[in-house]
Design a protein around this ligand. Structure first.
Ligand SMILES: *Cc1c(COP(=O)(O)O)cnc(C)c1O
Length: 363
């Protein structure tokens, strides 16, 4: 008689996982929620604007939430255990946050990133204890990550596939739950639109599913930079859409429609010129009194476009968008006109329209 009973339970490994989950949850328990900032624009009358400030997470961007969720998912799936090397394909910020959680759990972390990622981000990854592994072609990050996972016997977190499923969209203190709770005492507590941009598409998926599940009338708009496949893929219903030139707005815009981008939750997409994103980033900074990353500029261009449409149509309401990360990460890039010029990002020609969106008088 064959033995059809195989017991692979491992008490020590299970205890390690329990302890790992406790550490990740304890990190969340020590962390405060991020602020929802009211952005006052004197020229805007009936429409209230809010910025969800994701720069204040311990690792400085909205990717802190994603990294926490990816680690928890890997732990409960039995994919991350004692001694697992953790690997990610990342354009930067996700790796910074994941290196933080890997260190929290005493695990080795390797970020597979395109050459050309900002030096500031590379240093941030290394400061969190991570190692950077470079590829020449941005499109090569996926296969190289999978290869490294096999080589090391490690686990590829794969944000671009798993971001949409690792966050519980029903609530449980996700970003959507947090936004709606923080809006509760506002003049228009249910936003007309939430405007995000897409890197993995995970944030759009979480918010889009949440508003439907909670039966809110809120619509979800995605602002997309140049050279991104998300816009044509969504417009044409073509998940195979691709683009070739890399996105020039760090953190958002991809050359393929990432598996984690869920088109059905997106009500509207707005293509934003890269020069306008950077012009808006720069124009916003003195208003807010702090620096922001370029994707926040992208978000705000689209948000103000909707605000001005609502105003023109005599509609009142609230709009929420994200401050994704601080500008501190981009001092050597987006704050440098020579660098922007080399990349072909034309900021000056968008300054006028950005001033118009912000309601400032033309100079
Ligand atoms: C990842 C990222 C985004 C987009 O968020 P996703 O949930 O991945 O779509 C926007 N801005 C910055 C700076 C990011 O790092």
């Amino acid at each position: 008689m064959q033995n059809w009973d195989i017991d692979r339970s491992d008490t020590a490994a299970r205890q390690w996982v329990h302890e790992a989950i406790r550490k990740v949850e304890a990190d969340a328990n020590r962390s405060a929620d991020t602020h929802l900032i009211r952005l006052e624009l004197p020229s805007l009358k009936g429409v209230d604007l809010y910025l969800k400030d994701e720069s204040t997470h311990p690792t400085g961007s909205l990717k802190h939430r994603l990294a926490r969720s990816l680690f928890l998912y890997g732990l409960v799936n039995g994919q991350i255990g004692p001694g697992t090397t953790v690997i990610e394909s990342s354009s930067g910020s996700t790796a910074v946050s994941e290196a933080y959680f890997a260190r929290l759990l005493g695990l080795r972390f390797i970020a597979v990133i395109p050459r050309g990622t900002s030096q500031e981000k590379i240093e941030l990854i290394e400061r969190q204890g991570g190692t950077c592994h470079f590829v020449d072609e941005p499109g090569a990050v996926y296969a190289e990550s999978a290869r490294l996972a096999v080589e090391t016997g490690g686990h590829y977190l794969d944000q671009f596939t798993h971001a949409e499923r690792v966050t519980d969209w029903r609530g449980n203190n996700n970003i959507a739950d947090s936004i709606f709770a923080q809006m509760a005492m506002e003049r228009h507590p249910v936003p007309a639109w939430v405007v995000v941009s897409a890197g993995t598409g995970g944030t759009a998926a979480t918010i889009g599913r949440y508003v439907r599940y909670r039966c809110k009338d809120t619509r979800v708009a995605v602002a997309d930079p140049e050279n991104s496949a998300f816009f044509p893929g969504w417009r044409d219903g073509d998940p195979a859409a691709v683009t070739s030139a890399p996105s020039r707005i760090e953190g958002i815009g991809r050359n393929r429609v990432e598996p984690s981008f869920v088109p059905g939750v997106v009500d509207r997409m707005i293509a934003v010129p890269d020069g306008a994103s950077v012009a808006m980033k720069r124009a916003l900074e003195p208003i807010l009194g702090r620096s922001v990353g370029p994707s926040t500029g992208t978000n705000l261009v689209a948000t103000l476009q909707i605000a001005r449409e609502m105003e023109a149509a005599g509609q009142e309401g609230s709009l929420v968008t994200l401050l994704c990360d601080s500008g501190d990460r981009y001092r050597l890039t987006y704050d440098d006109d020579a660098w922007l010029g080399e990349c072909g990002v034309r900021v000056a020609e968008h300054e006028e329209s950005v001033r118009g969106l912000l309601g400032e008088r033309p100079r």
